[in-house]
Design a protein around this ligand. Structure first.
Ligand code: HEC
Length: 134
């Protein structure tokens, strides 16, 4: 009799452990988060810091542009028309004055002239730009 009770109890414990294990593996499995449209999602707060260290030199602290240097981003229809992936692509290449799409005659340097920026850095910066573009 005593043995039987022990068996039932141990089955219950095993069951509880299994349920707990399944329960905790669920958020980990869905936490992968990939599959959203676009390659990567940037972090706007991190992007602001990176923007303020590099892009600010020509585009100004609020992205409004500095005459003779960088363009106003806040009213840019070009930026509005680009997906995040396309923006990252654009910023990594820049737009030299020799490019026929260049509108100012001033170079937009690749990665804003900061070759140490990774792709993730550029996605962060793009996420920040989205917060200042009207
Ligand atoms: C040395 C100055 C300079 C720096 C630094 C710079 N830019 Fe630019 N950027 C420009 C210029 C000049 C243009 C306009 C090019 C043109 O005439 O089409 C431009 C254009 C752009 C545009 C396109 C805007 C539009 O409406 O066509 C984007 C987006 C942009 N820059 C993003 C960035 C980002 C992001 C950084 C920092 C990683 C950065 N820029 C750093 C000079 C700069």
């Amino acid at each position: 009799m005593k043995v039987k009770v022990f068996h039932v109890l141990s089955l219950l414990i095993v069951g509880a452990v299994l349920i707990a294990a399944c329960g905790s593996s669920t958020p980990a499995a869905s936490g992968g988060g990939a599959g959203a449209p676009g390659k990567m999602k940037g972090d706007a707060d991190a992007g602001k810091t990176k923007f303020s260290s590099t892009c600010v030199a020509c585009h100004g602290p609020e992205g409004k542009g500095i005459p003779g240097l960088g363009k106003d981003m806040t009213t840019s229809t070009f930026i509005k028309g680009q997906s995040d992936d396309q923006m990252v692509e654009f910023v990594s290449k820049g737009r030299p004055a020799s490019d026929k799409l260049n509108t100012t005659g001033v170079d937009m340097p690749p990665k804003g002239g900061n070759p140490s920026f990774t792709e993730k850095d550029l996605y962060d910066i793009v996420a920040f730009i989205r917060t200042i573009t009207k």
